[in-house]
Design a protein around this ligand. Sequence first.
Ligand SMILES: [Zn+2]
Length: 237
Amino acid sequence: MTKKPVVMFIGAHPDDIELNCGGTVLKLVESGKNVGIIDLTEGELSTRGNRRSRVLETSAASKLLGISFRENLKIRDGSIEINKINREKIIRVLRKYKPEIVFAPYPNDRHPDHIYAGNLIRESVFYSGLMKIRTGNLKAFKPGKLYFYRSAIDIPVSFIFDISSVFKKKLEVLKCYRTQFYDSESKEPETFISSSFFRNEIEARARHYGFKIGAEFGEPYYSYDAIRINDKTIFEI
Ligand SMILES: [Zn+2]
C-alpha cells in the first residue's frame, strides 16, 4: 500500500485554518490526503470565549473536517516571537509528520501574530532540512512546498483553490467556533470577526476568489517559489 501524502496547515490561533483554508482542507481530505493542523497558540487572548471553550470548539471542528492529526504548540498568544525555542517546536512537528506541502499565514496582515507566524514557519521549513540542527531521534526533513494563505488583508495570489463543492460544509465547520463568530444570542462584546459584517464577508470573499477562476467559491494562496508545471499539467491551469 502506498503511503498517503501528508499536508500540514499551520495557524497562529485555533480557527485560523478553518476560516482561511477550511474549504481546501475539506477538499484534500475528500481526495484521500493525510491532512493535519498545527495551532501555534491556544488563542487565549481572544476577547470572547476562554481556553476551555476554544478546546471544545476546536475538537468539534476537527471532527467535522475529518483531519488525521492536530497539535497545539502552546506558544503564548500575542507573543509569537521568532526565536530558537519556537523554531524548534515547529521543526519537531515538521520532522515528525513529514508533510509534502505546508500551508502558513502570509506574513503581512492586520494581526501581528499572523505576520510573525508566517515568517517563523518560513524559517522553520528551511532549517528543518539541515541535518546539523538536531532534534533527538527526529531526522532532518524539508517539506517540498510551502504555500501562504490570506488572513484579513489581500495578498498577491499565485493560485486559487476551487472550494465550491464544500463551501456549505466550511460554514458548518465555522459554526463549531460559537464564541468566535457571529451569534445573535451571544452577550459577549463584539469583535472584528464576530460581527454580522464579517459573517457576510466570509461568503463575499469566497465568491470573489471563486469568480476569478470561473468557480462559485475559492480560497487564494501565494507561493514565493515559482510553481512548476509541464506539458500535462499546463492544461490544468
Ligand atoms: Zn489568527
